[in-house]
Ligand binder design. Structure first.
Ligand code: GUN
Length: 281
């Protein structure tokens, strides 16, 4: 029986720690605030944005909400970002993705001040992570590190295999595991013999975007398995990139879907909002 890594519980602990830090800053007369910008009304984005606002409220972070119409132009969005970059009462800026067609996502993300980029997507922050300088960490991979460490597993010296090489998860995940002194391999769709490589892992992080792709045949006995994927199945239930029922019997520990990595992303976003106050000093 694998230990089930409880992302709900750990994310709650992190939000409570953030809440304490925000309260201490408030005693010193410092307010923490996050601007959340949504363009259009993609239903999934609306759920994410609502949850981000709720988490802000819980932690005592002021959320500045911008719900812009689908027809918003790139120039209008860039003008708003410019205004928020210069506002002293705004610590963090988050533009919910995906953006409507016709708006250049990369241009928009690059326009956010690196000192307010609480998503950690700006090239300056990605670069800072790769050379060990202070900056914002991408929330989902930072959340994975917290899940592993707070569950009592050390990363130092371990064989870590990341399946997936996206800019948002796979690549920063690899950099973070390396920073923790793991021995890191990044695999992807062109990897020859993925099974053999995955089976080397003491810590296996799966972010490949394919429902239930990773079964027990990819997993070493006693591995810690972190599933970043989330998919809605035909029966309405959620599943991850890992075939949980197949892998659970061989793993030392595993994250469930839902309730594993998912809740960590918002908790780490809240944590980044507090970091923003330090970085802006
Ligand atoms: N859309 C889906 N996930 C994310 C995220 O982590 N940040 C932003 N800005 N948009 C998203």
């Amino acid at each position: 029986m694998a230990k089930i890594i409880d992302g709900k519980l750990i994310s709650q602990q992190i939000k409570d720690e953030v809440k304490d830090k925000v309260a201490k800053l408030s005693e010193q007369g410092v307010t923490v605030s996050l601007a959340v910008i949504q363009v259009g009304n993609d239903p999934a984005s609306s759920v994410y944005v609502r949850n981000k606002k709720k988490a802000c409220e819980y932690c005592g972070i002021v959320s500045l909400a911008y719900e812009l119409p689908e027809e918003t132009t790139e120039d209008e969005l860039l003008a708003l970002i410019d205004e928020l970059n210069n506002r002293k009462d705004c610590n963090g800026i988050l533009v919910q993705l995906p953006l409507p067609k016709g708006i250049d996502e990369e241009k928009v993300l690059d326009a956010i001040s690196p000192l307010k980029d609480v998503d950690g997507f700006h090239p300056m922050n990605v670069g800072a992570l790769s050379i060990g300088k202070p900056g914002f960490l991408s929330c989902t991979p930072a959340g994975v590190i917290e899940l592993i460490k707070r569950s009592g597993y050390s990363i130092e010296g371990k064989e870590c295999v990341v399946i997936g090489r996206s800019n948002i998860v796979g690549k920063p995940m690899a950099m973070l595991l390396l920073r923790e002194n793991g021995t890191v391999t990044v695999t992807h769709s062109k990897t020859a013999d993925l099974k053999a490589v995955a089976k080397r892992a003491d810590i296996l992080v799966v972010a490949i975007g394919k429902p239930k792709m990773i079964d027990a045949s990819y997993v070493k006995d006693g591995a810690v398995v972190i599933d970043v994927g989330i998919h809605r199945m035909d029966n309405g239930k959620l599943c991850g990139d890992v075939d949980y029922d197949s892998v659970e019997p061989v793993a030392e520990a595993i994250t469930p879907v839902p309730g594993g990595v998912g809740p960590m992303t918002i908790a780490m976003l809240m944590n980044n909002c507090v970091t923003s106050v330090d970085l802006q000093k």
